[in-house]
Design a protein around this ligand. Sequence first.
Ligand SMILES: [Zn+2]
Length: 95
Amino acid sequence: MEKLKKGDQAVVLSGKDAGKRAKIIRVLPDKEKVVLEGVNVAKKHQRANQKFQGGIIEKPLPLHRSKVGLICPHCHEVTRRRVCSECGEPLDKVK
Ligand SMILES: [Zn+2]
């Protein structure tokens, strides 16, 4: 599988969030994981401290890259390559 990059539009392929589409906000190359905005969110109670007034924090947890597909920004089809298998456009190409 080809590289996933921060800022790519991605879709979750398996698990409880399957079918969700979101932007990649973080890449963890050594763990082969990515973090998608608002996906696989863990809610955590946080006590008040100097920086934070306390409450529930929502934190997206990393997903393994094998569970994530890319979305072509040109034709919006799911692809696993950086050159779209549907329309042939490179994902990195700016419109
Ligand atoms: Zn395409």
